[in-house]
Design a protein around this ligand. Sequence first.
Ligand code: FAD
Length: 311
Amino acid sequence: MNDQLRDVIIIGSGPAGCTAAIYTARAGMSPLVLEGSLDAGGALMTTTEVENYPGFPEGIQGPELMDGMRRQAERFGAEFITDDATEVDLAGDVKTVTDGTGAVHRARTVILATGSGYRHLGIPAEERYSGKGLSWCATCDGFFFRGKPIAVVGGGDAALEEALFLTRFADSVTLIHRRDRLRGSEIMVERAKKNPKIDFAWNSVVVDLHGDDRLESVTLQDTRDGSTRELAVEGLFEAIGSVPRSELFKGQVALDEAGYVLVEGSSTRTDLPGVFACGDLVDHVYRQAISAAGTGCRAALDAENHLASLQ
Ligand code: FAD
C-alpha cells in the first residue's frame, strides 16, 4: 500500500488521459497516470499521419502527437507509471487503484480514460495491412483514399455512415455484409442504395487480404455456399462495432448495455462521487482524438471542482 493520498489518479494515457493529466497537473493536483503496459499513448500510437488534430497544419505522426501530450503533462508535474491498473475500488471517499506490480495507489478522485478498441474481423492478415489500406475510421483515413476503390465491412448504421462518408473521396465503395439485408435504419439504407458510388456484396464475409506493400484485394466468401471470389480494393474499412475497455470497472460504476461508462449529462461524472470518465470509454459517437482530449479536459475540471467541494 502506498501511503501517499493523492488528489487524482488517471487510468489511461491516450488523448483523454493525457489532457486530463495536463489540466490536473497545472491545477496543482500532482496526478498519477497509469499509462498502460502495452498501449501507453493509446490508439494514436498505432497510426501514422494525423491530419485533423488542430494546430498542426502539415499534420503530425500519431506517436509524435502523443509524445508531445505526455511531455506537456510531465512538464507540469504529472507522474506516469508504465503499467496497467489491474484492480480498482472506486466506492468510498478514498479510492484505490492497484497496478501490475501489486502496488496499491490511493486518491480522492479517479479519472477513467481507458478508451475502446475497434472490433476486428479476426483474420491473421489484419495486422499486416493495418494502416496500409486497412482502417477502422473513415473520418480519420477517408481522405487518403481519393479516387480509389474501397470497401466497407458491416451492416449497421455505423457501416452505412462510413460508406456514405467515403463516397466523398473514393471512386467506388462496396459494402460487404454477411446477410442479404442491412441492419441499419431505413433512411440510411435508402440513402446508401440511392448513392451511385455504392454497391453491395451481399451474403459475403472477408476471409483474407492481399497486396505487396499495401492492400490490393480481399477474398470474399459466400456465406451460403462457401464459394470465394476476389474483390480489388485499395482500402478496407471495418465497421463492425467497438468494445469499450470497461471490464475493470464493471460492478463499480454504471455502464450502458454496450459497456460504455455512463456519465451525467454533458459532464464526466459517473454515478460514483469522485469518479469521472472521459474519451472513447464513454463515447459511442464521435470517437476522435480531439473529442477525447475535450472530455479529458472536462474530467480534470470536474475532478478539481469535486475536490474543492470537499474542503
Ligand atoms: P485511447 O487513445 O484508446 O487510450 C486509452 C488508454 O488507456 C491507453 O493509454 C491504454 O494503454 C490505456 N489503458 C487501457 N486499459 C488500461 C488499464 N487497465 N490500465 C491502465 N491503462 C489502460 N482520431 C483522430 O482524431 N484523428 C485521426 O487521424 C485518428 N486516426 C486513428 C487511427 C487509428 C488506427 C485508430 C485506432 C484511431 C484513430 N483515431 C483518430 C481515433 C483516436 O485515436 C481515438 O478517438 C482516441 O485515441 C481516443 O482517445 P482515448 O484517450 O479515449 O483512448
